[in-house]
Design a protein around this ligand. Structure first.
Ligand SMILES: Nc1ncnc2c1ncn2[C@@H]1O[C@H](COP(=O)(O)OP(=O)(O)OP(=O)(O)O)[C@@H](O)[C@H]1O
Ligand SMILES: [Mg+2]
Length: 218
C-alpha cells in the first residue's frame, strides 16, 4: 500500500506536481488514484463555501476538515486495498499546519484526526509565500483585485503555515522536503527522485506479500 500526500502552502504547485507524478507512476505500470482535499463531496463543498465566506469559525472548520477526511479515507482505503497507488493533494498535515496557525491547539487537531493513518510519504513543496502568491495571482489575475493589505496578511499567515510544515517535516521520517522554487520541470525531477526511492521499497514489499500469499496457498 502506498499513500502519497502532497503538501505545501497555497500556490506551491501541489496540483501541478501531483498530476505529473501520477503520469510518471502510471507509465511504470501502476494503477494510480489521484485525489484531493477538500473533496468534491457534500462536506468538501461546504468547506470551500466556508473558506470563501468565513461562515464557520476556526473550530467548526477544523471539525469539518476532519469529517471530510473521514469520508475521503473510505475511498482512499478502498483504492489502496485494490493495490492502487494513491496520491492526494493535501491531507492530514494541511489540517495540522493551517488550523494551528488559525489558533487551534496542535494536540486537539491531532486528536480529532486520530482516525487518519499517516501517509507513507509526504512530499512537502517548500517555497516562499511571496513566490507562491505570485504564482496564484498570475493564474487568475487575483493581484489586481486583491488589496495590498489582504495580500500582506495572506503572506504573513502563509509564512507561519510554512514554519509549522517545516517543523512537522523535521519531526517525521515520512516527509520529503522538496525545494519548489524552481521551474515546474525542475521541481518534478526532484519529486521523482524522492518518490522513486520509496517506489522501489514498495515494489519489494509487494513482491514479498505476493510470495507469502502464494506460499499460504500451496
Ligand atoms: N514551479 C512553478 N513555477 C511557476 N509556476 C508554477 C510552478 N508550479 C506551479 N505553477 C503555477 O502556479 C499556479 C499554482 O499551482 P498549483 O495550482 O499547482 O498550486 P497548488 O499548490 O495546487 O495551489 P492551491 O493551494 O491553490 O491548490 C498554477 O497556475 C501553476 O501553473
Ligand atoms: Mg491545488
Amino acid at each position: 500500500m502506498l499513500l502519497i500526500a502532497f503538501e505545501g502552502i497555497d500556490g506551491s504547485g501541489k496540483g501541478t506536481q501531483a498530476k505529473l507524478l501520477a503520469r510518471w507512476i502510471r507509465e511504470k505500470g501502476y494503477d494510480v488514484f489521484l485525489t484531493k482535499e477538500p473533496t468534491d463531496g457534500a462536506i468538501g463543498k461546504l468547506l470551500r463555501e466556508s473558506l470563501r465566506t468565513s461562515c464557520f469559525d476556526a473550530r467548526t472548520e477544523a471539525l469539518l476538515f476532519a469529517a471530510d477526511r473521514s469520508e475521503h479515507l473510505r475511498e482512499i482505503m478502498k483504492k489502496l486495498h485494490e493495490g492502487k497507488v494513491v496520491i492526494t493533494e493535501r491531507y492530514l498535515y494541511s489540517s495540522l499546519a493551517y488550523q494551528s496557525v488559525s489558533g487551534l491547539e496542535m494536540s486537539w487537531l491531532r486528536e480529532i484526526n486520530a482516525f487518519a493513518p499517516e501517509a507513507d510519504l509526504v512530499v512537502y513543496l517548500d517555497v516562499e509565500p511571496e513566490v507562491a502568491l505570485e504564482r496564484i495571482s498570475s493564474r487568475n489575475s487575483l493581484r489586481a483585485s486583491v488589496r495590498e493589505k489582504e495580500h500582506f496578511e495572506r503572506r504573513e499567515f502563509l509564512e507561519k503555515v510554512r514554519e509549522v510544515y517545516l517543523a512537522l517535516a523535521k519531526d517525521s521520517e515520512n516527509f520529503e522536503v522538496v525545494d519548489a522554487s524552481g521551474t515546474i520541470n525542475e521541481v518534478q525531477a526532484s519529486v521523482r527522485r524522492r518518490v522513486g526511492r520509496r517506489l522501489a521499497a514498495f515494489e519489494e514489499e509487494k513482491k514479498h506479500s505476493e510470495q507469502r500469499a502464494l506460499e499460504d496457498f500451496t
